[in-house]
Design a protein around this ligand. Structure first.
Ligand SMILES: Nc1nc2c(ncn2[C@@H]2O[C@H](COP(=O)(O)OP(=O)(O)OP(=O)(O)O)[C@@H](O)[C@H]2O)c(=O)[nH]1
Length: 522
């Protein structure tokens, strides 16, 4: 079920008999997964029914209608994820206690406790909490800051696999209806949820004029139990995914473990996701500014995060307490000089290798920087990316040969148009989100030609120096099968303009990712 917690202002009244309030969530709960699948998420379009000579139509559409209303203030949305018992609810309660204080956004909190066996066709509780700016009590008569139960219908079910369109619609409506009392929406995912699926659902195309703006993913990890979660066969993939998609990892319950154990935890987190910033807390007591309004999906911020990571060789996650040793021994200087690194990503071509090398059934990060002076052909780049993201394979030798013999973008497009037709069945058999692009170039033909080694790329970030706009940064991000390629502004004058890519992936093809991407260079 999805209870919602609001933090309204003092003047707000929020009544479940208010007809406007009912219209806030127009979708009845309890639709079947099949019905939900028929109503695709906002930014996603289905593969065409007959194979075209180009990729599936990816033009934005607005199935909900909600987003068609006059565009207003964007409401940032944060996903809070974490393993069972890690301290998500404790963290939410802490953030709620800060909500509305100076410099802290007023929060609406949505809980996604799917799979709890609750009836699908009844309303679920809403709790309204007086905002911190209230002087005495809320309109509901509750003392300042206390939650007030209310009821509302929200789509019931798992955010991962059902009710996707309904959920986006409900959150859109929430953003519109509560725009004057909510600055930020916090979605607490259930402990076993895959945050990547939820993130790709809520990562919406600018063209949709959505009120929602994915701000970032925060993973709460239990310092006392992460090791167990990462090593047990039954839990490790979920734990790895939660770390892999995180922009911030809040290491909670730190007082219960030694500095040495914390250092090991950091190493494990970095092996999976070296750009996520680690934070340290007891009882989720984190500064709101460290987890809210972080702009992790903004094309303005991401290049700096990535550049900083590469420049530091992944050693940026110094723990809060001085007693917590920094686990990775290499230095930014070592990375620059090309010194051997056995622990982290340190510049061009390094594959992240923790102390205990991960086998290819574990997710891990790979990052590389293309040789200075080589430019990226974006047509080739996207063609490669699509094969990776949509087929979970490296492009085969034949497809790569076609890429390499094509010219720069304009010619490349022509050369690739001889590629095999798009196979819609490829993705219909997928149990994950169908492909979408946040900013697409539908003119790029589908390369096809998988057949290379298996590789599952679940998250990608990159700053590219393209042959189209060599003076400007082209930024790309990917979450599962969704990806975005867009302008990221001019290169900084004090930095050498280069192209860097970071991927989180698993499978036997991981070690060949860099080599494959060299085929997009001109
Ligand atoms: N010792 C200790 N206990 C904590 C800390 N943070 C949370 N807890 C406790 O850990 C338990 C689980 O915390 P929750 O916040 O409910 O965790 P959760 O991630 O929401 O749990 P699920 O809803 O089951 O996924 C509770 O008993 C908390 O009081 C901490 O920093 N130290």
């Amino acid at each position: 079920m999805m209870p919602v917690f609001f933090v309204p202002s003092a003047s707000d009244s929020f009544d479940d008999n208010d007809p406007d309030f009912e219209s806030l969530v127009p979708i009845a709960s309890g639709a079947s997964p099949a019905a939900a699948a028929a109503a695709m998420p906002v930014a996603t379009s289905s593969p065409p029914s007959s194979p075209p000579s180009s990729p599936p139509a990816l033009a934005p559409s607005s199935p909900t209608g909600v987003a068609d209303e006059a565009p207003g203030k964007k409401v940032p949305l944060t996903l809070l994820t974490g393993f069972l018992g890690a301290g998500k609810s404790t963290t939410v309660r802490h953030l709620m206690s800060l909500s509305g204080q100076p410099g802290v956004p007023r929060l609406a909190v949505v809980l996604n406790d799917f799979g709890d066996g609750a009836a699908a066709d009844r309303p679920v509780p809403v709790e309204l909490s007086a905002g911190a700016d209230n002087s005495n009590e809320s309109a509901d008569g509750a003392p300042d800051g206390e939650a007030v139960p209310d009821w509302v219908e929200l789509p019931n079910g798992c955010l991962c696999c059902s009710m996707r369109d309904a959920t986006v619609t409900a959150l859109e409506a929430l953003a519109i209806k509560a725009a004057d009392r909510v600055d930020h929406i916090l979605v607490e995912c259930a402990g076993l949820a895959d945050p990547g699926v939820v993130a790709s659902m809520l990562w919406l195309d600018e063209g949709l004029h959505s009120r929602l703006q994915l701000d970032g993913v925060v993973a709460v990890v239990d310092a006392e139990n992460l090791e167990r979660a990462l090593s047990a066969e039954a839990t490790r993939t979920t734990a790895e995914l939660q770390i892999a998609f995180a922009d911030r990892v809040l290491i909670n319950k730190v007082s219960g473990v030694s500095g040495e154990a914390l250092a090991t935890i950091q190493t494990q987190i970095r092996a999976i996701n070296p750009t996520a910033k680690c934070l340290f807390a007891d009882y989720g007591r984190v500064a709101a500014s460290d987890v809210l309004a972080i702009g992790a999906y903004s094309p303005d911020d991401m290049p700096d995060q990535l550049a900083a990571h590469l420049a530091r060789g992944g050693t940026d996650h110094a723990p809060a307490a001085a007693t917590h040793a920094t686990p990775c021994g290499h230095t930014a200087a070592g990375a620059t000089e090309g010194a051997a690194c056995t622990e982290g990503v340190c510049g061009a071509g390094a594959v992240h290798q923790p102390d205990q090398p991960l086998d290819d059934t574990h997710f891990r990060s790979v990052s590389f920087t293309f040789p200075a002076g080589r430019l990226v052909d974006l047509v080739r780049f996207e063609a490669i990316l699509r094969v990776l993201l949509w087929e979970n394979q490296l492009p085969g030798a034949e497809a790569l040969a076609r890429l390499s013999t094509s010219g720069a973008s304009a010619d490349g497009t022509a050369a690739l148009s001889a590629a095999p037709a798009w196979d819609p069945e490829l993705l219909q058999s997928s149990d994950r989100a169908l492909p979408s692009q946040v900013a697409s170039r539908p003119d790029i033909p589908y390369l096809g030609g998988g057949g290379g080694l298996e590789v599952e790329v679940i998250r990608g970030k990159g700053v590219l120096r393209s042959s189209d706009t060599p003076g400007r940064r082209t930024v790309f991000q990917a979450v599962y099968s969704s990806y975005e390629v867009r302008d990221g502004g001019a290169f900084k004058p004090d930095a050498e303009p280069t192209s860097s890519v970071l991927l989180i992936a698993r499978g036997p093809g991981v070690t060949r990712l860099e080599e494959v991407f060299h085929h997009c260079l001109v």
